[in-house]
Design a protein around this ligand. Structure first.
Ligand code: KG4
Ligand code: ZN
Length: 341
């Protein structure tokens, strides 16, 4: 390509206000993330109204910082990519309105990006030679999808959760054992230090009709029942053992289902994405299984797994070179489906 393509990317679908400048889809010139975690910790989860207000407060600052760190001027941007769904409607609207305002004022083209497409595209940033087709497991706070990435922007969802997302299960179990919000990183950290993953045998659910689907609500109930049983019998609860045994059950199910899909579809490359993909036990388990089976395993750095704007810039780049542009009527779509525009 003759000319570098510079994308200013904006992400505000949940509780991170983020902006990045990405060159040619994979060179991250800046990646600024303003997290609201401390604010929501008080309430044990994300409060949408508070999140929206905080995004409004932070978004200009975060964009200015992303441009400053990148060393580029706004006028040098070839496009503005923004997450327009799925996510929380108020938070999404802040990012979309901001991106539309900048695009309108400067004439820089606007590109609406699917949040999950962003998570998947985070893999292109550090694996410069990664190309579709491959299979990707997307595990975040809102989604647990097994996706065949057929081409850039072309996806087939072959498995999904029937109830809770993997990250949601982590967050709920963490709350039940008193670790607080956000549960995933807290469980991960605790288990890395202590805890026996074989201490308690929690169920590994299979969904009869589709071997690639997931179900985590039974596991969550099993943990809650175990805790209640201990309390009734006045037995001491070893929080680290419960956390480790729960995490192991999630990891086993995710690895088994995903590797089954990789084999059945006969792909040689497998990737993970989303907040839960930063889990150290999950990464280790996939690394081992993929190595044993001769499969290439791609995984973004943890900072690119959880919500960020660099991944939106990567996804936006592939949309840009395909000629995709959004109009001024771009709106937030809280339940946007993958592969839809
Ligand atoms: O992708 P993400 O940042 O936001 C959504 O799009 O949902 O994912 C957030 C989820 C939360 O449920 C959080 O607990 C989980 O990812 N998570 C983790 C870890 N880091 C974040 N779960 C397990 N282990 C982690 N290290
Ligand atoms: Zn996300």
């Amino acid at each position: 390509m003759d000319k570098d393509i510079l994308i200013l990317a904006i992400e505000s679908s949940c509780d991170e206000t983020a902006a990045a400048v990405v060159k040619n889809g994979s060179e991250v010139c800046s990646n600024i993330i303003s997290s609201q975690i401390d604010l929501h910790t008080l309430y044990g989860g994300v409060v949408p109204e508070i999140a929206s207000r905080k995004h409004i407060e932070k978004i200009n600052q975060v964009i200015e910082e992303a441009l400053r760190v990148s060393g580029y001027e706004l006028t040098q941007m070839d496009a503005i990519a923004v997450t327009y769904g799925p996510g929380l409607v108020g938070p999404l609207l802040v990012g979309v309105s901001e991106a539309k305002a900048i695009s309108f004022a400067t004439g820089i083209p606007l590109i609406g990006v699917h949040h999950i497409e962003g998570h998947i595209s985070a893999n292109y940033i550090e694996n410069k030679d990664l190309e579709p087709p491959f299979i990707c497991l997307v595990v975040s706070g809102g989604h647990s999808h097994l996706v065949v990435v057929k081409d850039y922007g072309e996806y087939e969802i072959i498995g999904r959760t029937r109830d809770d997302a993997a990250g949601e299960a982590f967050d709920k179990v963490a709350r039940a054992i008193g670790l607080g919000y956000p549960g995933g990183p807290k469980i991960d950290k605790l288990v890395a230090k202590e805890g026996n993953p074989d201490a308690i045998r929690f169920p590994r659910a299979k969904v009869e009709e589709n071997a690639y689907d997931f179900s985590f609500s039974g596991l969550k109930s099993a943990v809650l029942n175990y805790l209640n049983g201990c309390r009734m019998k006045e037995q001491e609860i070893c929080v680290a053992d419960v956390a480790a045994s729960f995490q192991q059950a999630v990891v086993d199910v995710l690895v088994d289902h995903a590797m089954h899909a990789v084999k059945q579809y006969d792909y040689k490359t497998f990737a993970i994405a989303g907040g839960v993909a930063s889990n150290s036990a999950l990464r280790k388990a996939f690394a081992e299984r993929c190595k044993a089976e001769g499969i290439r395993f791609c995984h973004p750095s943890p900072i690119l797994c959880t919500d960020n704007a660099a991944m939106i810039g990567a996804a936006g780049y592939y949309e840009y070179i395909k000629g995709v542009r959004s109009d001024m009527d771009l709106n937030a779509v809280p339940n946007l489906r993958l592969g839809e525009r």
